[in-house]
Ligand binder design. Structure first.
Ligand SMILES: CC(C)(COP(=O)(O)OP(=O)(O)OC[C@H]1O[C@@H](n2cnc3c(N)ncnc32)[C@H](O)[C@@H]1OP(=O)(O)O)[C@@H](O)C(=O)NCCC(=O)NCCS
Length: 179
């Protein structure tokens, strides 16, 4: 799969992309609000292998795509959509971007494209996302594309040595398709 937006190309991962994914996956600021820690080069390679094998599934449930900027094939981030409950038409999204590229609207653009995939192409009815209440950039990205906050879980997750809260966001097909 390849998805083209105004400034980005979202494409399938290739084995040699790990050199570039390792740059942001080894950045503590990028993984600050994630349950996982910085990746070793081996972990970056393994992650890509999993993405590539997910892409080959007979009935695909996970679309974890590499983000590149048009005119440069270097991977600068990733965005994933997983059909967590296909029977309910529900999927989960997640995303990461290299730190020097934050604040340029790239993830908002990538997420909008993934919502087109979810609602227009896969005909899903609900997409959800979780985020840490302190992750202002991620919350803003979700709100900019039309997600609504539905929940605030108190100290439900252990992240890097402490209990953290989680905000649950969602968007329905009818909320997206009117845009
Ligand atoms: C979250 C993340 C993906 C955002 O990507 P991005 O390309 O910078 O996002 P955008 O530029 O499209 O939008 C960011 C918005 O958040 C705002 N923002 C960023 N940091 C902020 C902060 N600390 N406080 C308030 N607003 C903030 C920006 O101003 C922008 O809003 P605006 O367009 O209204 O000005 C990126 O910061 C990232 O990869 N973070 C680490 C990984 C991560 O946390 N992923 C999400 C896990 S749930």
């Amino acid at each position: 799969m390849e998805r083209v937006t105004e400034r980005l190309i979202l494409r399938e991962f290739r084995a040699d992309d790990w050199v570039h994914t390792q740059r942001y996956e080894s950045d503590p600021e990028v993984v600050r609000y994630q349950t996982f820690n910085i990746f070793t080069p081996e972990e970056s390679r393994d992650y890509i292998q999993r993405c590539m094998s997910d892409a080959q599934a007979l009935t695909r449930r996970t679309y974890d795509l590499a983000i590149t900027i048009k005119g440069d094939d270097t991977v600068v981030g990733r965005i994933g959509l997983h059909l967590s409950h296909p029977e309910l038409g529900q999927a989960t999204v997640w995303y990461l971007l290299r730190r020097d590229l934050w604040g340029k609207g790239y993830m908002t653009e990538a997420l909008a494209s993934m919502l087109d995939l979810a609602f227009k192409e896969l005909k899903l009815r609900r997409v959800i996302a979780d985020t840490d209440p302190a992750n202002a950039g991620s919350i803003r990205v979700l709100e900019k594309v039309g997600f609504r906050q539905e929940s605030h879980h108190i100290e439900n997750i252990w992240i890097k040595g402490k209990w953290c809260d989680t905000l649950g966001f969602a968007i329905l097909d009818r909320e997206w398709l009117v845009k």
